[in-house]
Design a protein around this ligand. Structure first.
Ligand code: PHE
Length: 452
């Protein structure tokens, strides 16, 4: 049907969109609790090594594939490696898009409920027991979390429907600066609490004895999840990047912004957690139970609580649009459906899985295996299995299947940029990244017998 592809309008738009994808619940909801459960500063250190050594090169590789092929992930592999099994790697991405968006919209829905509760004047009982029971009865109640999840899905679909430039780029350019502003305010509030230093210490003073195979896998999974890599989101966004933009500097800026926000989120959350004498390993409920408790005891708490949940909702929205776009681009380009139809089908079918995810928290107890419900399973497997697997395919593809000359031509914009680090990049994606991903992955999932 349509043949002309849309592009992002400006370099700043590209960065806002890609950073919008990367910065999300992964930074503000997931990073603090995964770091809290895995040793704090020790985790942060390993995480930073993975972001620089593996994350940035994988991100650049996705941009290379996307912009070269001018296509969605499945189409991209088809174009660059015709008559091969590589499009399968694109389908791994589409699968990951379904699983991630399903549980992600569940959590995004919770943020809307909490925003609503805060605006409506707060919580019934703001002590730990009261907030815990309020949170667990809410998430397991069925219709209410489903309602918020669907509102979130509709907002996501609305923006995606508007297209790349007038939807995705436009909203990211407004929402991302707002997000930064809110986050800085929260960090200042948290650091000016009495005894906040303990939280800073927890986040920045590493205890190396805490590092084990599980911590490595969690850090790898978190770096992939947080950077939005390993499933073709950035292949898709890469395909909309103008031929004149510098892919390497874009990948670098986006990764820096994403890491900065994770660290800032840690600096907003841990000092407050410690200032109020709470343990940092609270798990997924950290921001929904621990933080409301802290806010209720803090001067100006309600105001900061409102802006915190606005922050979470914005961060989530700029990420969900990037995940939905992957499926929409696939449907519209490969199955030649209109953008409207593609958006409807993608959002509709993902909603079915998303609703099952929400219902698995309570009303449908059958949707569990070995103590993990569908939500837990999708959350855990997408970050630590699907994304590293996808990332492995991507680096092997760019490193070994695509011609070196083609890859360099894409990185240097056909020779007009120097691309000084291109040999280093090649060595990383050919040797270091695949071996590191495979080792951490096999080790962490226990194949060598001493993981976990
Ligand atoms: N990076 C997003 C976050 O940190 C999540 C995401 C993962 C988005 C994979 C797109 C693809 O919240």
């Amino acid at each position: 049907m349509e043949t002309k592809r849309e592009n992002f309008g400006s370099k700043i738009g590209v960065i806002a969109a890609a950073a919008g994808s990367a910065i999300g619940l992964g930074n503000i909801w997931r990073f603090p609790y995964v770091a809290g459960e895995n040793g704090g500063a020790a985790f942060l250190l390993v995480y930073l090594v993975f972001v620089v050594g593996i994350g940035v090169p994988v991100m650049l590789s996705e941009f290379v594939i996307g912009r070269r092929a001018q296509s969605n992930p499945v189409g991209a592999f088809k174009r660059l490696a015709p008559k091969s099994l590589w499009p399968f790697a694109g389908f791994v991405g589409i699968t990951a898009a379904f699983t991630i968006l399903a549980f992600y919209t569940t959590v995004a829905g919770w943020t809307l409920e909490y925003l609503y509760l805060t605006l409506a004047g707060g919580f019934d009982k703001a002590d730990k027991a009261g907030l815990t029971s309020q949170f667990s009865s809410f998430i397991s109640s069925g219709p209410r979390p489903m309602f918020w999840q669907m509102i979130f899905m509709v907002m996501t679909a609305y923006i995606v429907l508007k297209g790349v430039k007038n939807g995705i780029e436009k909203y990211n350019k407004i929402l991302m600066p707002l997000l930064f502003g809110i986050l800085i305010l929260l960090v200042i509030r948290s650091l000016t609490l009495p005894n906040s230093f303990e939280g800073v210490h927890f986040l920045f003073a590493p205890d190396f004895s805490k590092i084990n195979a599980e911590v490595l896998l969690q850090a790898l999974g978190q770096s992939f999840f947080s950077l939005s890599i390993g499933m073709g989101t950035l292949i898709t966004y890469g395909s909309y990047i103008n031929k004149k933009d510098n892919l390497s500097s874009t990948a670098f800026s986006v990764s820096v912004a994403d890491t900065l926000v994770a660290v800032l989120a840690g600096m907003a959350i841990f000092p407050a957690v410690f200032a109020f004498g709470i343990t940092p390993e609270a798990g997924p409920s950290l921001v929904f139970i621990t933080l409301p408790m802290i806010f209720s005891q803090m001067a100006g708490g309600q105001f900061f609580e409102i802006i915190f949940f606005v922050l979470l909702a914005i961060a989530a929205l700029t990420s969900t649009i990037s995940v939905l776009e992957v499926v929409v681009a696939y449907l519209s380009e490969e199955l030649k459906l209109s953008r409207a139809k593609s958006t409807l089908i993608a959002a509709g079918s993902i909603s079915v899985l998303g609703i099952l995810c929400t219902l698995s928290q309570g009303p449908l107890p059958k949707l569990s295996i070995g103590g993990m419900n569908l939500f837990d399973i999708l959350e855990a497997t997408s970050a630590t299995i699907l994304l590293p697997l996808g990332g492995l395919f991507i680096v092997i593809f760019v490193g070994w299947v695509m011609k070196k000359e083609t890859v360099f031509a894409e990185i240097t914009n056909e020779g007009s940029l120097k691309g000084r680090l291109k040999m280093l990049y090649l060595i990383i994606i050919r040797f270091i990244a695949p071996v590191a991903i495979a080792l951490v992955f096999l080790n962490g999932v226990g194949i060598f017998g001493y993981g976990g």
